[in-house]
Design a protein around this ligand. Structure first.
Ligand SMILES: *[C@@H]1O[C@H](CO)[C@@H](O)[C@H](O)[C@H]1NC(C)=O
Ligand SMILES: *[C@@H]1O[C@H](CO)[C@@H](O)[C@H](O)[C@H]1NC(C)=O
Ligand SMILES: *[C@@H]1O[C@H](CO)[C@@H](O)[C@H](O)[C@H]1NC(C)=O
Ligand SMILES: *[C@@H]1O[C@H](CO)[C@@H](O)[C@H](O)[C@H]1NC(C)=O
Length: 456
């Protein structure tokens, strides 16, 4: 098993390309990775440059805007990038008037729709969190009017109407199976909202942030890192990450409203890479792990314990670090990119070409780093339980584990040590051979000695 050192460069290059291609393919369908394009920055590049960068250099194929800014909509023309536009909370009560809704579509959508791929209109943001009763009661009527206006111009198949909610709409979220909506809003607002979404084939959208839910003890669980998992005693299901638990709490609440068939979209999720001195869990490694593991999890199509095999279109918050955002320093550091469009950290969303530009070692003339003969191996001190966890973790990330199954080429020797050596190395090689891809909770080490030579 394993590869001979001379065969490694070609194999790694192929794995690298396959990984990039498979992410693009996995994300190309109905579910994928999008990004929130907030513009509260003093130093952000012009929208046209951003649109070209996203379309050419990243696998991101959908963008969520917090407004309907005309120059931004123009910037995305002929890129094919799917755009979600947002109508501010201030206009929701006006939209309860159908002529106004028709006028709004005429003025804000029709001028751009021929060339810009607007696919969704989001009515307000976290409207229920405003606790403004007249605003909240206007939400569903406003959405209905916008849909009616879209029907009037035959755009209702192309453009869907939805509205993102914060997880504060849930009265209970733990355990996930007991998730339910806040009393008072459940039948009065959520039920008609979900009925509208079902009738118009539109998704339910939630802003889900494990970042705002973790404690010191659950940091690994929040970051999709190796952890012992959390069992829902009500169902016996084990959760390996907090996002799944949050989504399943939403699912349980929807189930009480009879709406399990409405798609769920993660409208915002993310993790800051820098914060004030006292902010726990805020650093580059945490942000990178969260967003990188998030992309993998979404691309895997595994779904959640209560929603197996379902995919969730997901919008990372945020595209850029935004220096004008108020609040703690972490608020200004949720970005995947600096304003000069250099990645803050690498989560595998750049296309192969763009990676070569960022990492000059990867030029076509010299396609691989020179020190290619590196393997990830278990540390001799690693205990069997930890190695078993590594095996389960890697096999759940979309790595092909058939070779270590009975009858597979690497089944013998049938020890946790040997199987872990195989899968940990596969993981390390396929995800770009970063040192952090061989950490495995400090049970892995990078070696320059081919481990397969010791196996037989
Ligand atoms: C618009 O975006 C959707 C969703 O990603 C995609 O299916 C469709 O092909 C895009 N349309 C164009 C014209 O590129
Ligand atoms: C929305 O309604 C308010 C109150 O009726 C009004 O003052 C405002 O001008 C309206 N906005 C637009 C854009 O028509
Ligand atoms: C509640 O929303 C309505 C309609 O948008 C608005 O006119 C009113 O000022 C809001 N009330 C408060 C207290 O913000
Ligand atoms: C999920 O997909 C797997 C593999 O394709 C399949 O074996 C399993 O039955 C599916 N589960 C559900 C609930 O659809």
């Amino acid at each position: 098993m394993g590869s001979t050192p001379t065969a490694m460069p070609a194999i790694i290059l192929i794995l690298w390309i396959l990984f990039t291609v498979s992410i693009s393919e996995a994300l190309g369908g109905s579910a994928g990775i999008g990004v929130n394009y907030g513009r509260l920055g003093s130093n952000l590049p012009p929208p046209a440059q951003v649109a070209q960068f996203l379309a050419r250099n990243t696998v991101i194929d959908r963008v969520k805007l917090f407004d309907t800014d005309p120059s931004t909509l123009q910037a995305f023309d002929n890129t094919g990038v799917a755009i979600d536009v947002t109508i501010s909370n201030d206009l929701i009560s006006n939209l309860t008037n159908l002529p106004f809704a028709k006028y709004w579509i005429q003025a804000n959508i029709l001028p751009y729709i021929a060339t810009t791929n607007i696919t969704r209109i989001l009515v307000g943001n976290e409207v229920l969190s405003t606790a403004n009763k007249s605003l909240i009661s206007s939400l569903v009527p406003a959405m209905q009017n916008l849909h009616t206006a879209l029907v009037g111009v035959s755009l209702h198949h192309k453009i869907k109407v939805s509205s993102p909610h914060s997880l504060a709409i849930l009265a209970t979220s733990d355990p996930p199976s007991l998730g339910r909506f806040q009393d008072g809003y459940d039948t009065a607002i959520m039920k008609p909202l979900l009925n509208f979404l079902r009738a118009t084939n539109s998704p339910f959208m939630v802003n889900a942030y494990p970042f705002f839910g973790f404690t010191r003890d659950t940091l690994d669980y929040a970051l999709f890192r190796l952890n012992s998992g959390v069992v829902d005693d009500n169902t016996g299901l084990t959760y390996t990450n907090m996002l799944d638990a949050q989504l399943d709490a939403v699912f349980s609440a929807m189930k009480l409203m009879g709406s399990t068939d409405v798609d769920i979209v993660v409208a915002e999720t993310g993790w800051p890479s820098m914060g004030d001195a006292g902010e726990v869990g805020v650093d580059m490694d945490s942000a990178r792990d969260y967003n990188k593991n998030l992309v993998r999890h979404v691309a895997s199509g595994m779904g959640t314990p209560l929603m197996p095999n379902r995919t969730f279109e997901t919008y990372i918050f945020s595209l850029f670090n935004e220096d004008l955002k108020p609040g703690p320093m972490s608020e200004r550091n949720f970005g995947l990119f600096h304003p000069d469009m250099m990645p803050v950290y690498d989560i595998g969303i750049l296309t192969t070409e763009a990676r070569m530009e960022v990492n000059p070692v990867m030029t076509p003339a010299n396609p691989m780093p020179t020190d290619v003969k590196r393997w990830c191996v278990p540390k001799p001190s690693a205990d069997v339980m930890a190695l078993q966890e590594n095996i389960e973790y890697v096999c759940a990330q979309g790595i092909d584990c058939n070779p270590i199954q009975p009858g597979g080429a690497c089944y013998h020797p049938n020890t946790a040590q040997a199987h872990a050596a195989y899968v940990m190395n596969e993981y390390y090689q396929s995800f770009g051979r970063n040192s952090f891809d061989c950490d495995f909770g400090q049970t892995g080490a990078i070696s320059t000695i081919d481990p397969s030579k010791h196996d037989s």
